[in-house]
Ligand binder design. Structure first.
Ligand code: 1HE
Length: 268
């Protein structure tokens, strides 16, 4: 079952499919620091719902301009003067988009620069791999804005850095950047140059894995985290039963058996 992605339907996201199946998805409102308005979130729901069935092998998620994402569109939120029920539904659409990302089975590599704040950090933490550069900084300014997180930070940011650090971040408006952010788990890579270049390199590497294997890595692991250890062990066995016997893996196993496949060596 394959479906097409109609690039012309998107206005907030710039979609750039590469020949190797890697798609570059760029938040494209740099004049608003890529703040997440309703339209952007709906476009993310649509893209990430479709990508797993459209042959997308990996996604690089980027932000145009100097900042990855400034979080919730505070001006739209202010102007809309939403009721509690309205904003609950806004948050549910964010969760729909971010869950499609995290559980969709397609590797998503976030290329981060500048501000990754509030909902921008919630978005980045839904990606499977985060690459930061020397300008990148992370914060949860909700505490100072009279707000609270609504896009999954209580789940994903606390998963990345632990509950106590997340509470400190939002309570104090604490900013993390540089190597410390990597050491804490906010990003897995930090580069001197362009985070986009590094994210492209990583996405291309991931795209060389078999799609079913990547589906297991970028869907099953997240699902299993939500299960008891007993159920996760059972689910892992079922997934491995399917993935580890896939016909497409035979050539790779044969290459190992005839010694033509690369061996695992330490970094030189
Ligand atoms: C925005 C937004 C936004 C910028 N919503 N319009 N997020 C925050 O609290 C972050 C708020 N933003 C900032 O702190 C700064 O804008 C930045 C550090 C990201 C960038 O600073 P700078 O100096 O480059 O830009 P700027 O001059 O502050 O903003 C440029 C424009 O972007 C300006 O619009 P303009 O029409 O006056 O030119 C800003 O209004 C606009 N802009 N950020 C709307 N966030 C589901 S719950 C999630 C909870 C949250 O995410 S809370 C939001 C946390």
């Amino acid at each position: 079952m394959t479906v097409d992605i109609d690039i012309s339907r998107y206005s907030r996201l710039a979609l750039d499919p590469q020949e190797d199946g890697v798609w570059v998805v760029t938040l494209n409102r740099p004049e608003k620091r890529n703040a997440l308005d309703l339209v952007t979130v709906e476009e993310m729901v649509e893209f990430f719902s479709t990508a797993p069935r459209a042959g997308v092998k990996a996604v690089v998620l980027a932000g145009a301009g100097d900042h990855f994402c400034a979080g919730l569109d505070l001006i739209e939120h202010h102007d809309a003067d939403r009721s509690p029920a309205d904003f609950m539904h806004v948050c549910l659409r964010w969760h729909e988009a971010f869950n499609k990302m995290e559980y969709g089975g397609v590797p998503v590599i976030a290329a981060l620069q500048g501000a990754v704040v509030g909902g921008g950090l919630e978005l980045a933490s839904s990606a499977h791999v985060r690459v930061m550069d020397q300008t990148t900084y992370f914060a949860l300014p909700e505490g100072q804005r009279g707000l609270f997180t609504g896009g999954g930070a209580t789940i994903r940011v606390s998963d990345l850095i632990g509950k106590a650090r997340m509470i400190d971040m939002i309570l104090m408006g604490r900013v993390y950047q540089g190597q410390e952010a990597v050491d804490l788990g906010l990003a897995q890579y930090i580069v001197e140059g362009s985070s986009l270049d590094k994210a492209m390199e990583l996405a291309r590497r991931a795209a060389q894995n078999l799609p079913l294997t990547n589906f297991a890595i970028c869907s099953a692991i997240s699902h299993m985290q939500n299960m008891s250890a007993l159920d996760a062990a059972y689910a892992e066995s079922v997934v491995a039963g399917i993935v580890n016997t896939q016909p497409d893996a035979r050539a790779r196993l044969a290459a190992f058996a005839d010694k033509s496949a690369a061996r695992v060596r330490p970094n030189s």
